[in-house]
Design a protein around this ligand. Structure first.
Ligand code: ZN
Length: 359
């Protein structure tokens, strides 16, 4: 089985010593302080704390665009049961689309955090944190209501010393992401999921996948959340009913919009269309990508899990998907990209999401 794959060992001291002696680019946001700096500078948007992590850290919600109230007769799944989705949210109930950006719940995946704090800068100043004017993105966003959770797992982020994995190796990604067992063996993916919550004597370094209570938010217990972070994200989407929602992740491969599991084929097809639009933008940037996925049902001995993205759809009706951005790690199997290009990838995704939400 994949989780039994023999992985190497790494101690915390060794992991720290492997961090390159380099400064993160000025536009990179890879720690809690960077979030606070961006939030403190906000004047146009609204800031709320929607949860406090087990480590006592705030989960922020940053919003732009007015909230439009509507009359709701039923929660989402009852409205679907009534064969009357409008009992939850009628298509014409709101004049502006609502788009939700759920930042990294796997906190070492700071590509999405950097992207979202740059989006906040665009909303505040019209420029990203490189100082580059982003008039088209801003004009699209101004026609929507944006829900931005810059980081869904601040405990994990507090543990992430490198701030970005760009230029580092697959074992660094494994150490900081999934952590180690008590004998310093790397947990790796997907072996890190076989113990959940990730706590007790078996655990060595707790990877940034997890909050301080050992919860991986992608695999929380969605009908009875173990983490306040996930409970708050689900409450947010239940109340706001976003039209489109993304959970931002990263991996070592080219960027990809993933097929959401356990959602109707029609919703999958909508996500695949967002993927096609986004990949056109990646082509223009010279960024590699695969084909948009084919909608399909779960099947086989190892079907896809019902994860946070699935839960977001079933709670809110949102066209919800997971985005995987490259870290730009080194190695034979990794897709090499610079931090600059990573920011371009993130902003291209947001722009295409907004175009799709407005169409
Ligand atoms: Zn992830």
């Amino acid at each position: 089985m994949a989780w039994a794959e023999k992985l190497g060992k790494m101690t915390y001291g060794e992991a720290l010593a492997r961090i390159p002696d380099r400064a993160a680019p000025d536009f990179w946001v890879g720690d809690l302080k960077g979030i606070d700096c961006g939030v403190e500078r906000m004047t146009r948007g609204r800031v709320q704390t929607i949860a406090t992590s087990p480590g006592g850290r705030p989960v922020y919600l940053l919003t732009y665009g007015e909230r439009q109230a509507w009359q709701r007769l039923a929660n989402y799944n009852s409205a679907i049961g009534a064969r009357e989705p409008a009992a939850f949210l009628a298509g014409d109930a709101r004049s502006r689309p609502v788009v939700a950006f759920i930042g990294p719940v796997h906190a070492h995946e700071t590509e999405g955090l950097t992207g979202l704090m740059n989006l906040v800068a665009v909303m505040e100043t019209g420029h990203d944190l490189r100082g580059r004017a982003r008039a088209a993105l801003r004009a699209l966003a101004d026609q929507c209501r944006l829900l931005i959770v810059p980081c869904g797992n601040p405990d994990g982020l507090a543990r992430f010393e490198p701030r970005l994995l760009n230029g580092m190796g697959l074992d660094d990604l494994r150490f900081w992401g999934q952590g180690t067992w008590a004998d310093d063996t790397l947990c790796g993916w997907p072996g890190c999921k076989r113990l959940h919550p990730m706590r007790g004597d078996a655990v060595g370094f707790l990877g940034c996948y997890f909050n301080d209570a050992g919860i991986n938010p992608m695999h929380d217990e969605f009908f009875a959340p173990m983490s306040d972070e996930v409970a708050a994200i689900l409450l947010l989407v239940r109340e706001e009913a976003p039209d489109l929602a993304v959970s931002l992740h990263s991996h070592e491969n080219p960027p990809a919009l993933l097929r959401p599991a356990y959602v109707p084929l029609e919703i999958q097809r909508s996500v695949s269309e967002v993927a096609a639009q986004t990949y056109v933008r990646f082509d223009a940037q010279g960024v590699c990508h695969g084909l948009p996925f084919e909608p399909s049902a779960e099947r086989g001995p190892h079907p896809a899990p019902f994860n946070l993205t699935s839960a977001i759809h079933h709670t809110s009706g949102a066209t919800a998907f997971t985005f995987e951005c490259p870290h730009g790690t080194c190695g034979d199997t990794a897709y090499a990209v610079t931090p600059e290009r990573i920011l371009d990838i993130q902003l291209a995704l947001y722009e295409s999401m907004l175009v799709c939400a407005l169409s």
